[in-house]
Design a protein around this ligand. Structure first.
Ligand SMILES: [Zn+2]
Length: 403
């Protein structure tokens, strides 16, 4: 038998531990014999790993309820209280946090303000929110397995470096390691729309759907892509910048520096800007102070405001049609605070879609408008930690040559 270098032996142990944990999580309550069958590991290896997991309270043993008269088999289950994870969604002016147990049950949520946007302040604020949440949930720091963070921007999910975030004005910010050093637990980072997409995949409408997209509208326009059941990040984590696909090259300048991006027509700030322009030009007699007021005017049938939403709906339909034509998903979930406009934007959007989608593709796609909650984004961020906890390093892109 070939000798494994020390590093590989450690990796193999980690893989075996994950396989056992995954079997118990997915198929538990389950006997050691069935775990052996499912994992292909020896009885001795399973015995060693399960002893370790019982010792650390992550799994527990119980007797099977029914028995054919002989000795009742001992079954293994995940102990939901064996550990906890925190997910955070960092937004422009607040941080939402979610506390989950090992079975992904939502235990507590908490939101606090986020005012100062220096990178040091961000680490400080995230740390404070985690402490407060643990206190509210009556969880000790030692019970915390890891922390996941979702935020707007281009994130390299492998390294945890936030490469670029126009909202916060950060570039190459090593948020993962900075927060990890402070907390002394593993930290995971991903784009916030990706964390929301994972929430849909694990807990929402995306369960069991191999090819689906999550499109968010609101402050910006975002996209999460699931292909073959896996979240797609692209080569450097930049996949999904749907909001910056150009709809009108003659259009207004976007935050990203380009002209006429989808976001410059559909996002809340863009809708507000169009209303302000109409007022300044004397086309509308309504000076609108916030997006809720604009939506209300549109719903009451104000002609200029309706026209603004019609234009946004048409641009969104063009963007969605392009996604359908390129990716042919089974399902598109539209979410985010922008769905507050309801029929005002979605009626004209659905009416315009057939104009842009290639014939033969649209009938296979389900479009679904999803109610959104602040903590849904944070829940997905917590899910990243659980995924890593239960998933074998094989699925974490460890090169096969190292195994
Ligand atoms: Zn742009």
């Amino acid at each position: 038998m070939a000798k494994h270098p020390r590093g590989n032996r450690k990796l193999i142990r980690a893989i075996n531990r994950s396989s056992v944990l995954y079997s118990i999580m997915r198929f538990g309550p389950i006997s050691r014999t069935d775990v052996a069958e499912r994992t292909g590991l020896s009885a001795a290896t399973i015995s060693g790993i399960t002893a370790e997991l019982i010792e650390s309270d992550i799994i527990f043993e119980k007797e099977a309820g029914d028995s054919s008269g002989g000795r009742k088999p001992i079954l293994l289950s995940i102990n939901p209280q064996g550990g906890y994870v925190v997910g955070l969604k960092l937004a422009e002016d607040n941080i939402t946090a979610a506390l989950l147990d090992l079975e992904a049950n939502l235990i507590e949520t908490y939101t606090d303000k986020f005012e100062n946007h220096t990178t040091d302040d961000a680490i400080h604020s995230l740390n404070n929110v985690i402490s407060d949440l643990l206190q509210i949930g009556e969880i000790r720091k030692e019970q915390l397995i890891g922390v996941g963070v979702g935020l707007a921007g281009i994130v390299d999910a492998e390294t945890g470096v936030l490469q670029h975030s126009p909202i916060f004005g950060w570039h190459d910010f090593d948020l993962k390691n900075s927060l990890q050093d402070k907390l002394e637990v593993p930290v995971y980072l991903d784009n916030d729309v990706n964390t929301l997409t994972l929430t849909e995949k694990w807990f929402g409408a995306g369960q069991g759907v191999d090819h689906f997209l999550t499109v968010t509208i609101g402050r910006g326009v975002g996209l999460g892509i699931v292909i073959d059941g896996q979240l797609y990040h692209g080569s450097h984590g930049g996949a999904g910048e749907f909001g910056h696909t150009v709809i009108n090259p003659e259009g207004v300048v976007c935050d990203c520096g380009k002209r006429g991006c989808l976001e410059t027509i559909v996002s809340d700030p863009s809708l507000m800007r169009s209303a302000a322009d109409a007022y300044a030009a004397g086309r509308s007699n309504e000076e609108v102070s916030d997006i809720e007021e604009l939506v209300k005017l549109g719903q009451e049938g104000h002609p200029v405001v309706t026209e603004i939403f019609d234009q946004a709906a048409d641009a969104l339909a063009q963007g969605l049609a392009n996604l359908i034509n390129v990716l042919c998903p089974q399902l598109i979930i539209i979410s985010g605070e922008g769905i507050r406009a309801g029929d005002l934007i979605f009626d004209p959007m659905f009416a315009a879609l057939p104009t842009y989608v290639m014939p033969g593709l649209s009938e296979h796609v389900e479009l679904r408008i999803d109610d959104w909650e602040d903590h849904a984004w944070a829940r997905g961020a917590a899910g990243i930690v659980l995924r890593d906890f239960f998933e074998s390093p094989i699925h974490r892109k460890v090169p096969v040559s190292q195994i």
